[in-house]
Design a protein around this ligand. Sequence first.
Ligand code: HEM
Length: 401
Amino acid sequence: LVTTEEIGFNPFLHDVIANPHRFYKIMRREAPILWSADFRGHMLSRYEDIRGVLRDPDRYSSERDRSRYPPPRRRGDDGITSRTMLNSDPPDHTRFRRLLDRYFTPRAVSELEPHVHEIADDLLAKARETGRFDVMEDLAVPLPTTVIAELLGVPTGDRADFKRWSDAVTQPLTPTTTEEEEEHRFAELNEFNAYLQAAIDARRSRPTDDLIGRLVAAREEDALSDQELLSFVRLLLVAGNETTTNLIGNATLALLRNRDQLELLKARPDLMDSAIEEFLRYDGSVQFTSRVLKEPASFYGVDLGPGDSVILILASGNRDEAVFERPDELDITRSPNRHLGFGDWIHICLGQYLARLETKAAMTALLRDMPQIEFDTPAEEIRYRPQFNLRGLTHLPVRNS
Ligand code: HEM
């Protein structure tokens, strides 16, 4: 087995997106390196291989081959090809990361804890009135966008615009993006950039304590350009919103399908932290990341050269039977649980503590206010968004029976 076609792995099909794990199992067992024409790279599916690449940034670069995406029809900054910490190597990466790290430490994030719970509780309060609701639309989507808007310092009155812009920023350019869609996206993006630029300028004359204000202050010290600052803000939206939204949805689905674990978590709320690690392992929202070789390397007899891409299937590593016992079982008490859901090493998720906090707030509110939670839709009607990497549900209607 040398190509994804031979195992029928087509990441654009709903059935494949809905259950990629059966393919990963075949890959791990029979084709631990597999060529994917769709991703223009070799897929690595075993835990040790993935971790080895993540931990070797000197040989595996994050300056990814951006030509994989269709080039924007218009020149200029499209928000995807711009340079961010996610797609840079040291020393640039170190500089970018140092600027933001301090706002996302466990300590900094723990200060947000009461308020994030408050936001989740408010969202649930609305559901309590009807007893029915859509986990995605009513909780998983608004929670992270509200949190990040508040962190950045976007006033409540601007939130509707902010939501519209962040949706535009986070939609990936894919081979199926039409010219019209791209035009629309550029228009939204320009508006967003103008809004952010005004927010930056305002903070230059009147410093604020929100994240944009602090970055403006840092900009003075660290010679960060306005362009880089804009990219930071956009990166936080792209990397932080949909990922957390999908984790909350996937976690709820996992519990609904594993009622024993749902009952256990209700009875033992002290297991929540451990449960969240298990949600990240069992059905995390990021399927893969990628790296580009800087020098030749060989995997299972396949020789790769500089410039070649490796696609690291984090979600497969997280089910690797060589590392995890009963990998296909959801076990909220699992320990140890060294999953790769947030990646590893120098690029390990900047927002990991915030993501955990948001997921905890959402799941705590959900189980408290809807203790008899069950599907409010036939299970076979559950649909995934047509997006393989940031894999998540379109809707998840539930009721409190
Ligand atoms: C459940 C939610 C999340 C998941 C599963 C997730 C997953 C990941 C993964 C796998 C990476 C590593 C990518 C790589 O090595 O190529 C990453 C990086 C990153 N994440 Fe997250 N993320 C989540 C939430 C967030 C949040 C809430 C934020 C910010 C508010 C955030 C910001 C970032 C940033 C800035 C990076 C780049 C870090 C670097 O390159 O040094 N993420 N994330």
